[in-house]
Design a protein around this ligand. Structure first.
Ligand code: FAD
Length: 449
């Protein structure tokens, strides 16, 4: 029998996870990664970048047997810890008791995925950048980023998991009739900053929370790291006042932070250096179609669907892609001419939905979480959901804690619930009667309608 083979372009989070799934199934996997081997490179202190890992991603990591190890490097975040402009703080749980998301180092997670992929027999070729694909000959071209030598690799089955600015997608795109492509940049960029640990290695903010400083048009967030530090991300307009463009001197940065993020600023001794040293990056949503070519090629992860980070779902969604694909390999008994079209048919609506949900969540995080009316709405929903868990799951929980609910269903359910809540919130005196039978009865009636 011919050897089963897979060529994977990009060994980031998703490409490495996919390498594990396929190697475990007996495929001879070779992943080609543009960067050097991060396991051999030293990361500069204070440059840890973390991500929120939640139930969809956890499900996939459990399937490949990695979650027990990843759990050791996760910090549970049980809710949002809000730092208001007036200096007050508030804690909003993410879900029911016992539900949390996890802060995990992107680098450490990627390294562990690479280790496991290799343990299962995958080969990762580093410093190999995909430059082109020939669909006629089923060949991928790579350029070595160190010696600039080119090589051509024949493939039987190939995946483009090379991220939001995918070269695989581009060559697929340019050589495909009626390829649909939509790219949308928001007017905000982001910059990573740092809150170091205390002298004794302690966390200088509440450890088990995702911190947010919501300021209407923009926000600062902070996620905890294992070493006691926090990685902060400033989501901020590129232009206008204030903006990345207007904060153009160290003095302006320090004084803006002092005034706007007072309690954070006191914990940021390297603010000026970080601000001017770290890049200002843009935030893009990419939607495209088709993702697959016959039984030979598919886009996966950010290469298929880059989204903005405001729901903490990009990686989780990419991991879910891998898990769904794995289920389809079982279903279709390795018949890739059936697997790939169904993978695309299932995942495209979900990717489009989480892209929209993520864009909407920016407004919620930077602005609405500071609005007492919005907080009351969330309280009513949480109370109703606690009493009628089979009738109402808050939208955030559907996306984050309910991998059995598809993103596209979560989007539809969420819109319906939001419409009901708008009517509830418009009830005169809702502030005082929100726990009443009248309100509960009205929600039940509206759910029946
Ligand atoms: P990537 O992680 O981008 O990996 C692509 C890999 O391909 C890289 O290793 C790259 O070097 C390689 N590559 C690129 N081009 C080539 C080429 N030509 N040839 C060979 N290799 C190539 N998601 C969450 O779930 N939770 C979060 O909290 C979260 N926070 C985020 C915060 C920010 C600020 C941003 C920007 C994103 C966040 N995300 C989050 C999204 C998450 O980072 C991505 O969805 C995830 O990294 C996608 O994984 P990927 O493997 O598809 O792509």
């Amino acid at each position: 029998m011919a050897q089963k083979e897979a060529t994977i372009i990009g060994a980031g989070l998703v490409g490495s996870l996919l390498s594990i799934y396929l190697s475990k199934r007996g495929y001879k996997v070779t992943a080609y990664e543009r960067r050097g081997d991060m396991r051999k490179e030293k990361t500069a202190a204070g440059r840890s970048i973390n991500l929120a890992l939640s139930d969809r991603g956890i499900k996939a990591l459990e399937e490949v047997g990695l979650m027990d190890e990843i759990r050791k490097i996760c910090i549970p975040m049980h809710g949002r810890y809000l730092h208001h402009a007036d200096g007050t703080t508030a804690f909003q749980p993410y879900g029911k008791e016992g539900q949390f998301i996890n802060s995990v180092s992107r680098g450490e997670l990627n390294k562990k995925l690479m280790d496991l992929a290799e343990q299962h027999g995958a080969t990762i070729a580093f410093n190999e950048m995909c430059t082109d694909i020939s669909w006629k000959d089923n060949q991928v071209g790579f350029e070595n980023t160190l010696n600039h030598k080119h090589q051509t690799v024949n493939f039987k089955l190939c995946f483009g998991s090379d991220g939001a600015y995918s070269a695989a997608r581009l060559t697929h795109h340019l050589q495909h009739d009626r390829f649909q492509y939509q790219q949308y940049y928001i007017d905000f960029g982001y910059k990573e900053l740092c809150i170091p640990p205390g002298a004794d290695g302690s966390f200088r903010l509440e450890k088990n929370a995702l911190h947010i400083w919501p300021r209407g048009n923009y926000m600062l967030i902070a996620l905890p790291n294992m070493d006691g530090s926090f990685t902060c991300t400033l989501f901020f307009p590129f232009d206008g006042d204030p903006s990345f463009a207007s904060l153009d001197t160290k003095e302006k940065v320090r004084s803006f932070f002092k005034k706007t993020f007072t309690d954070a600023e006191q914990l940021m001794p390297t603010l000026e250096e970080d601000f001017f040293h770290n890049p200002t990056s843009s935030l893009v949503t990419v939607k495209c179609y088709p993702w697959v070519r016959n039984d030979k090629f598919a886009l996966i992860g950010d290469a298929a669907h880059a989204i903005v980070p405001f729901f903490g779902q990009g990686m989780n969604c990419g991991f879910e892609d891998c898990s769904v694909l794995n289920g389809l390999i079982d279903k279709h008994n390795e018949d890739w001419s059936a697997i790939l079209p169904e993978y695309q048919a299932l995942r495209k609506p979900d990717a489009d939905a989480i892209a929209d949900l993520a864009l909407n969540n920016f407004v919620e995080m930077r602005d609405k979480v500071a609005d007492p009316k919005f907080l009351l709405q969330k309280k009513i929903e949480a109370a109703f959901s606690k009493k009628y868990p089979d009738k109402w799951i808050p939208a955030y929980s559907q996306v984050t804690f309910s991998p059995h609910i598809r993103y596209c269903d979560a989007l539809v359910n969420g819109k319906r619930q939001e419409a009901i809540m708008q009517e509830i919130m418009a009830m005169p005196g809702i502030e005082t009667k929100w726990e009443s039978e009248e309100v509960e009865g009205m929600i039940l009636d509206k759910l029946k309608a």
